[in-house]
Design a protein around this ligand. Structure first.
Ligand SMILES: [Zn+2]
Ligand SMILES: [Zn+2]
Length: 298
């Protein structure tokens, strides 16, 4: 924090002094709310406060969630749960992928993240305390999951159209046996188009309802990151969520998309692929039938 203090006009009394001051005045706030309020008060620059929180949160959650998946690659007990048996991604391959994702975070995401606070202000997304109730957070996060899944389905399906696949989406399909770190390994165009489902949908929600807090957005984005990384993990367990929630997609659903390159286009749920006949098995069966018919015609 000392480097930041040296270059930014932060509160000279220091973060914890600001926290103590807020704690003594706003006694109704819980600890998380006091920490939050003290951060904005201490920074004295809301654009930077939101920007730093957003970027640090993304990096911590992304790489923090990937780490356990990298570790279990080296624990023999878990190898029986690997979806594509016999396929092992080397550490070198995973670190190269991580370096490219990190480079993109710093060159593409970081410049854009400074727009996030002005956007929250323009669309009326709250940064104030107290936070919304957990019921409000829960129903809004559920809505974002359903809407993002629909957005992802259609855009991902469009990205499998020849020219878009070759020009944009092919990069994400570099790894036919995915691993956690590969979740955000994609062209910047794809990251922005699919990322709108994660960031743009809550903003549109707030523009329509006027009811959204940044903390709800952070909780949603953390859960969405968990979903994306777990879907690329390459592991399927007897305790995986889709065994209890049959419509949850999970790793089994997306892993086969990477293995076969077609079908299973949705992100969190299975209903779009099921209803529209685009589950991987169905797409492959249709392709084979088409091929057999054209052979017959010859
Ligand atoms: Zn794809
Ligand atoms: Zn993928």
């Amino acid at each position: 924090m000392s480097n930041i203090t040296a270059v930014l006009p932060t509160d000279p009394s220091g973060y914890w002094a600001v926290y103590d001051k807020i704690s003594s005045v706003q006694i109704d706030l819980n600890t998380a709310e006091k920490l939050w309020a003290a951060w904005y008060q201490y920074m004295q620059n809301d654009v930077l406060a939101t920007g730093i929180t957003s970027f640090v949160m993304h990096e911590t959650v992304y790489f923090g969630r990937c780490l356990p998946w990298m570790i279990i690659d080296y624990i023999p007990y878990f190898q029986k749960y690997k979806i594509q048996q016999g396929h092992r991604n080397t550490l070198k391959e995973q670190l190269t992928c991580a370096a490219l994702v990190l480079l993109q975070h710093f060159t593409v995401e970081l410049p854009q993240i400074w727009m996030f606070h002005p956007l929250t202000q323009y669309f009326g997304i709250s940064i104030s305390t107290p936070f919304p109730s957990w019921q409000t957070i829960a129903y809004q996060v559920a809505i974002f999951f359903v809407c993002e899944d629909a957005w992802h389905y259609w855009f991902h399906r469009a990205f499998h159209w020849g020219p878009l696949y070759r020009g944009v989406h092919k990069l994400h399909h570099k790894y036919s046996a995915p691993f956690g770190l590969a979740a955000e390994f994609a062209s910047p165009i794809e990251v922005m188009a699919l990322g709108f489902g994660s960031v743009g949908i809550p903003i549109v929600w707030c523009a329509l309802t006027g009811n959204l807090h940044v903390i709800t957005m952070y909780i949603w984005i953390i859960l969405r990151l968990f979903q994306a990384i777990d879907a690329h993990s390459g592991y399927e367990f007897p305790w995986s969520l889709h065994h209890f929630l049959p419509f949850w997609a999970g790793a089994e659903h997306h892993d086969v998309h990477h293995e076969k390159f077609v079908g299973n286009y949705a992100s969190s749920f299975r209903w779009w692929d099921y209803m529209l006949g685009t589950e991987t098995d169905q797409v492959i069966a249709k392709m084979q039938a088409k091929k057999a018919a054209s052979k017959k015609a010859l």
